[in-house]
Design a protein around this ligand. Structure first.
Ligand SMILES: Cc1cc2nc3c(=O)[nH]c(=O)nc-3n(C[C@H](O)[C@H](O)[C@H](O)COP(=O)(O)O)c2cc1C
Length: 327
């Protein structure tokens, strides 16, 4: 039987299939079931920068009020009101319940003292930290250089705060993604997670208002990360984790052939249930066995640097494909 054990950011995973950060990974019973069905690691639901900021201003307010009436202001503050404490508790409980690595997740958009919180997450026992740089840059006055400078500041401050491996989850919306990926790599990221998936606003024709929409990904979306994994493999030191649109074993194998170290899944678990993990892994194993090969042997063999036609990952094929269409 093919060996599925995979090294990711220095951690040893029983398989290359990682449960992505989601509402699903907020519940211990889901995480235990995922481990039972072969997950290599779990990424917990994110703790949001806004939650940390809100908790610390609530704490300041409470301390100021408490200090007037009670010199023991710190013990006066009711801890259940501090959201991030619940997150630390989730990390601790997940660590106690699981043997596979537990990766905590911070979701953020601006540099600030909140990044210090990464240290507390590490102390709670997280094996690694995933930093989701999620922001929508709508201000015409702010340049891409400024956005990237801020993002790198976040990565550097979290890298400085902890010793555990740090993965950085990016969106595909960068003007020069390869260059930015190289800078995140140089800033000390141990892995890049490609990609984050933004929630898109919709418009309600009944209510005539903008409404947030949360839809699951579609399998075809996998091709965006497939291209970038293929382009970046062998060009940066950090591991590459594929995320978005991975529903089945075929998608997992393609991502590994392109150069992914691990593959993350969220939507397929929501849609098909947790046993989908075991089904995917059995099919991956079967494919490897039938070809007498291994994950390590195939990884990156179809990345841009390895294939005969490197243009397949770039513009050349686009021009060729468009010009050959006769509908
Ligand atoms: C219900 C739900 C909640 C999510 N919550 C988070 C989150 O807290 N933090 C995060 O980094 N990504 C979150 N994601 C994004 C997923 O981690 C993943 O990147 C995205 O769904 C694309 O992968 P998929 O196609 O396998 O779903 C969430 C996704 C879903 C569907």
């Amino acid at each position: 039987m093919a060996e599925l054990v995979t090294e990711y950011m220095g951690l040893l995973l029983p398989s290359p299939l990682v449960v992505a950060s989601s509402a699903f990974s907020n519940r211990l019973d889901n995480l235990e079931a995922a481990e039972g069905h072969g997950a290599g690691a779990v990424v917990l639901r994110s703790l949001f920068e806004e939650q940390i900021e809100a908790a610390s201003s609530a704490l300041e307010e409470e301390l100021a009020r408490g200090a007037e009436s009670n010199p023991e202001a710190r013990t006066y503050f009711p801890p259940q009101r501090v959201g991030p404490h619940e997150y630390l508790s989730l990390v601790e409980r997940a660590k106690r319940a699981l043997d596979i690595p537990v990766i905590a997740s911070l979701n953020c958009c601006t540099p600030g003292s909140w990044t210090e919180y990464a240290r507390e997450i590490e102390q709670a026992g997280a094996d690694a930290l995933e930093v989701n740089l999620y922001s929508v840059q709508a201000d015409p006055q702010i340049s891409s250089a400024e956005v990237e400078r801020r993002d790198l500041e976040i990565v550097e401050s979290i890298r400085d705060a902890v010793r555990v491996p740090v993965a950085v989850k990016l969106s595909p919306y960068f003007t020069a993604l390869a260059h930015f990926a190289a800078r995140v790599d140089a800033a000390g990221a141990n892995a890049l997670v490609l990609f984050n998936r933004f929630l898109q606003p919709d418009i309600s024709l009944e209510r005539l208002t903008a409404v947030p929409s949360m839809t699951l990904s579609a399998p075809a979306e996998m091709l965006v990360s497939l291209r970038w994994i293929g382009l970046l493999h062998g060009r940066i030191r950090a591991h590459l984790a594929a995320s978005t649109g991975v529903y089945d074993a075929a998608a997992v194998l393609k991502q590994i052939l392109a150069g992914a170290q691990v593959v993350q899944v969220a939507s397929t678990l929501v849609k098909n249930g947790i046993p989908q993990l075991g089904k995917i892994l059995a099919e991956v194993e079967d494919w490897l066995d039938r070809r007498g090969t291994s994950l390590d042997a195939i990884r990156g063999t179809l990345s841009q640097r390895e294939i005969q036609d490197p243009g397949a990952f770039e513009r050349a094929q686009y021009v060729h494909l468009i010009l050959s269409q006769n509908i």
